[in-house]
Design a protein around this ligand. Structure first.
Ligand code: PLP
Length: 394
């Protein structure tokens, strides 16, 4: 058989795939996945938007389109980021991507040669690690606390790694921890990127799903001289199945990424772009996002209530103000995958923390998702998880 390239992960290295497969058993209450609540997908409204698109732009929507994306959608994104994130840009700064995952991939492809350093939060979004790894990145993990990436650790890492190209951050309700970066750190991050001449890739899929606390301005809003590449997505405020994300950055970067995108998929699905632009025109999207946020807030509260009621003493957890995930640390556990197996026996699942770490793993950590499971399942599942943990730490 012809050998796969070095970019292809070796057999048996998809630990998360194996976990999600194990958690898919219908008997198991799974807090492992990362799916939005499907009952809030605006199916009827989106159907109406698609019908309108077929009536008004049918041929255009079914034709090949521009690699940068449909102009109406790019204009909408510009207005959206100005209103929500105080990020002000021009049409030439906007690239529509096939999910925001593609933006991570294009940035990786554009900037990382084997051995280049990428600085990442410790822990961080595991699919971003997979992307950067496929381009040969050398990772350096930057310590976090409750206020996000620590800026003194970041500056030390920048000094120690002069071949750094990128700092990757998920500043709002981070996947996996649910933590949000403090505003002073965001300003400092933008300053450090300029000082050391590296890019920040600011990945913000969850920022609008806020159910408590106050909005914190984007890192990009502090970006004085184009060192922040900002990306987000319609996946969490609308639905992930459309695979629509975007990147806002310096025109020179957007132009290069557009060339790479052309090689990847020519352009993002035209029908989805037209339909989402139409949906925004015809619906109160803010009200829809509030409905999502309220539901996730309620589910998060049920989950933290369950932690307080059932988990062993000494367990630490984050209490996010938005997003879809919280993070648990169980002291005294050395092998989180073993812990996962014990929890499966109690018919409950999570994602062990290990794959979210670029460097040294912190044992006894795991991620819980609260957006997808219905309320009754959360109540029962947290009791089962509590019982499993009580048994494991005995
Ligand atoms: C931090 C982060 N970035 C990017 C993505 C990719 O989202 P999408 O490709 O659906 O826009 C996700 C998905 O869960 C995520 O959690």
């Amino acid at each position: 058989m012809v050998e796969f390239s070095k970019r292809v992960p070796a057999d048996g290295t998809d630990a998360v795939g194996a976990i999600l497969k194990a958690a898919a058993d219908p008997q198991i209450i799974s807090f492992a996945g990362g799916l939005p609540a499907p009952e809030l997908f605006p199916v009827k409204e989106m159907k109406a938007a698609v019908d309108k698109v077929f009536d008004q732009h049918g041929q255009e929507a079914m034709q090949y389109g521009a690699a940068k994306g449909v102009t109406a959608l790019r204009e909408l994104i510009l207005k959206h980021v100005a209103a929500k994130e105080d990020v002000h840009a021009e049409l030439d700064n906007v690239l529509v991507t096939t999910g925001s995952e593609q933006a991570i991939d294009l940035v990786g492809k554009a900037f990382i040669d084997p051995g280049d350093t990428v600085l990442v939060e410790q822990p961080t979004y595991l699919c971003a690690l997979d992307v950067f790894k496929s381009y040969g990145a050398h990772f350096v993990g930057v310590e976090m606390d409750e206020e996000g990436m620590k800026m003194d650790s970041l500056e030390a890492a920048l000094k120690a790694n002069p071949n750094t190209k990128l700092i990757y951050t998920v500043p709002n309700f981070q996947n996996p921890t649910g933590r949000t970066m403090a505003v002073e750190r965001r300003q400092k991050l933008a300053e450090l990127a300029a000082k050391y001449d590296v890019y920040v890739l600011e990945d913000n899929p969850y920022g609008e799903i806020r159910f408590a606390g106050k909005h914190v301005p984007a890192v990009k809003s502090f970006d004085q001289d184009d060192h922040v590449l900002y990306m987000s997505t319609f996946s969490k405020i609308l639905a992930p199945g459309f695979r629509l994300g975007w990147l806002v950055a310096d025109k020179k970067v957007v132009d290069k990424l557009t060339v790479l995108k052309q090689s990847a998929d020519l352009h993002t699905d035209n029908l989805a772009q037209f339909a989402v632009a139409q949906f925004f025109e015809d619906n109160d999207v803010d009200a829809h996002v509030k409905e999502i946020s309220d539901l996730y807030g309620k589910r998060k509260n049920l989950m933290t209530d369950g932690i307080k009621q059932y988990f062993p003493a000494g367990v630490k957890y984050t209490d996010p103000e938005g997003g879809m995930f919280l993070w648990v640390e169980v002291p005294g556990v050395d092998d989180t995958v073993e812990l996962f197996k014990k929890c499966l026996k109690h018919n409950v699942a999570f994602v062990p923390g290990d794959p979210f770490f670029a460097g040294d793993v912190q044992p006894g950590t795991f991620r819980l998702n609260y957006s997808n499971a219905q309320e009754d399942k959360i109540k029962v599942g947290m009791k089962q998880l509590g019982d499993a943990l009580q048994e494991a730490v005995k």
